[in-house]
Design a protein around this ligand. Structure first.
Ligand code: G3I
Length: 371
């Protein structure tokens, strides 16, 4: 094992020790917290419990590290295994962050879910792709080279991949293609240059590179029902019927305390009916969906806890045990949520507060996952 990886693991081991001490102290009932809960979510759930994580938290924050190790047995790369990080220049691959994540996962016997191989969002694409000029063959080559390169590199270390992310439009259920209006984000550079069947080929390239990896289509909005849900179900069912190597579907579940619970259950039920694995892949529950600038932190914590409990109970009620790939939150502390910055508002969508203390949401989720 190269020195760098040994060094990384050694540093991580020291931080684990520190994290353990912090975790004991943190949960020793201080700040009026319930008595130390040495049993994490992973120990009470009958399916994998995961979180999206980044290398910075794992390497530099003992609370972040301690919470990850105590609570979760699955981890998803938040942003460091995406196209813009992994292939910043054509044919030049940067695997360092992802290598740290897969080494950490292996060291701690945590399942590694890779995210993601193909996504249209410019925030996750390098400049050279966004400005690429080439014929369809050149586009197919860069597309295939990226997928096969990354999936081959992580062969045997990544249990599963979000192969294609968010290919279906919100408004009409069509495949993202051209932007409806320039730069509105409804388009997909991949569909534009590779044709509608790029999704099937992405799965084929990933499977060729790592035949043992489970391969997912990942999207959001299934809980809305209607065209979005129907199109996602039609897409994954069609791929499965064609014998394309798809294993599962991710239901991101970026929801709020106002989300229709019937829609959540109907979405889970519809995905389970495909017979594919179902992963609640990016769960967070906003307490301020209407951007109230004067909202106080504690206002909606009970409603948030109830919604976390509902999601977990609905997952158990609507997804058969054999199809439960697990529940993953998109990070786990409010301090690391993408939502406040993305929506420019105060919000606290996750089970742990910004000091990594358990919120009522944590106990709602814990109650909901228990058989
Ligand atoms: O950590 C670097 C920092 O060192 C640097 O100074 C800074 C400015 O360049 O960038 C920081 O990295 C940012 C990273 O988030 C961590 O904050 C990246 O620029 C930024 O692009 C990245 O955004 C991520 C986004 O996907 C795009 O990759 C968000 O964290 C992540 O939460 C978000 O996650 C997406 C899922 O992949 C798909 N589903 C929706 C979800 C939310 O948008």
């Amino acid at each position: 094992m190269p020195f760098k990886r040994v060094y990384q693991i050694s540093c991580s081991a020291i931080l684990v020790l520190v994290a353990g001490l912090y975790a004991c102290k943190k949960n020793s009932g201080g700040q009026g917290l319930p008595p130390a809960q040495s049993v994490g979510l992973k120990s009470v759930a009958p399916f994998p419990m995961g979180a999206a994580v980044g290398t910075s938290g794992l390497q530099n924050n003992a609370y972040y590290l301690g919470t990850m190790l105590t609570e979760y047995n699955s981890m998803t790369s938040d942003y460091e295994m995406k196209f813009n990080i992994v292939e910043p220049e054509q044919g030049v691959f940067n695997y360092a962050p992802g290598d740290y994540l897969v080494s950490f996962a292996a060291q701690h016997h945590i399942r590694m879910h890779g995210h993601n191989l193909i996504w249209h969002d410019p925030a996750a694409l390098p400049a050279w792709v966004l400005s690429f000029q080439g014929d369809s063959l050149a586009w197919e080559n860069l597309f295939m080279t990226h997928i096969e390169g990354e999936a081959t590199h992580y062969k045997g270390e990544v249990a599963s991949w979000d192969v294609v992310n968010e290919a279906i439009r919100d408004d009409n259920g069509q495949l993202r293609n051209q932007d409806s209006t320039p730069g509105d984000g409804t388009g997909s550079i991949w569909r534009q240059h590779l044709g509608p069947d790029y999704i099937a080929r992405a799965f084929q390239y990933a499977h060729a590179a790592d035949p043992n990896a489970l391969l997912f289509y990942n999207d959001y909005g299934q809980e809305w029902g209607g065209l979005k849900l129907d199109s996602i179900v039609a897409l994954v069912t069609g791929l499965k019927k064609r014998g394309i190597p798809i294993s599962g579907v991710g239901m991101q579940m970026h929801i709020s305390i106002l989300t229709d619970t019937a829609g959540i259950s109907a979405g889970l039920k519809a995905l389970a009916a495909t017979g594919l694995l179902v992963h609640v892949s990016e769960l967070d529950i906003s307490v301020n969906p209407n951007n109230n600038p004067n909202i106080a932190y504690a206002t909606y914590l009970p409603q948030q806890a109830a919604m976390y409990q509902f999601v977990a109970e609905s997952y158990r009620a609507n997804v058969p045990p054999a199809q439960r790939y697990g529940i993953t939150t998109w990070e786990f502390s409010d301090a690391d949520s993408w939502i406040p910055a993305a929506f420019g508002r105060k919000d606290w969508p996750l089970p742990f507060d910004s000091l990594y203390h358990k919120k009522p949401a944590y106990f709602g989720l814990q109650k909901g996952v228990k058989d």
